[in-house]
Design a protein around this ligand. Sequence first.
Ligand SMILES: Cc1ncc(C[n+]2csc(CCOP(=O)(O)OP(=O)(O)O)c2C)c(N)n1
Ligand code: SF4
Ligand SMILES: [Mg+2]
Length: 328
Amino acid sequence: MTYLAKPKFHHPALPKNTLGFTHRDYEGSISTLCAGCGHDSISSAIIQACFELNIEPHRLAKLSGIGCSSKTPDYFLGQSHGFNSVHGRMPSVLTGANLANKDLIYLGVSGDGDSASIGLGQFVHCVRRGVNMLYITENNGVYGLTKGQFSATADKGSKSKAGGANNDSPLDLVGLALLIGATFVARSFSGDKTQLIPLIMAGLSHPGPAFIDVISPCVAFNNHPGSTKSFDFVREHNEAVNRLDYMDPRETITVDYAPGTVNEVTLHDGSTLRLAKLHPEYDAHDRIGAMTYIMRPARSTRSRCMTARRCVLPSSTPNTTRTTASAP
Ligand SMILES: Cc1ncc(C[n+]2csc(CCOP(=O)(O)OP(=O)(O)O)c2C)c(N)n1
Ligand code: SF4
Ligand SMILES: [Mg+2]
């Protein structure tokens, strides 16, 4: 069984994005990967990123090669364009599609075997040519689909499930992507969605070749002690360089108002910013004037106290006179 459709039914109160789509509109069929496979977490991060970016599903084309990772496009964006190519050949198909239609958003999803072993040349030339895409590798250090042989990203000394050590030096796809001219490069971990979702959002919005290498443990063949791509190892050695967030590019807001007046500006998120422009006669160097202003009589003190949550105004009995105010 390779295809399990999800039921169309969903809760009527599911949140919608600005296009009126729910999360379900960005899902695909039910995953047939092993329970706990890191790749499923990446699929769900892609779904969340597209939902938050308000992408119309028909504007995106997802392409992949062969492998467990390359099966995943079936599990997200069921209403988008899709093409499952030959092992290691996704980049050239993506390049061709890109030449034919530049208006789509291209998402290439691949594995470490698909991109760093058999498809290395394809990957390099696709990035070198500056193809406009987000290219994601779901990197588990093994050929998961063919039962766990080391791939070209397996670390030297990392142990296989049978106990043998990998003697070859690994390829670092991030270093390679930087070298060959990718203009957006990142590495993340399938177990860190807080970091991964904004990265995918930024990569999808980036014009030019964007690349994200996501360490994505294979629970069936590379999740044992001695493996450098196991969940335990990655969690212990994960150093998140930064905490990121993504903001949509927005139109610049400009205002023009007279000195001495206050202007209320409505921001893109609907909140209001009050801008007060100084009076032309205001003298920023007038220390005495500033002191006079802040020492103004009780009227202003009283009005400040009225807005504070706890406030005891001076009473007539000097011993009990205490004025305290705390921020609301
Ligand atoms: C031309 C060709 N060679 C070999 C294979 C066998 N094969 C299928 S998937 C795969 C490796 C997949 O590894 P990876 O890309 O890392 O994906 P994963 O399963 O680990 O997610 C191999 C060697 C194939 N399908 N086609
Ligand atoms: S074999 Fe590994 S990579 Fe493939 S689905 Fe299972 S856990 Fe994931
Ligand atoms: Mg792999």
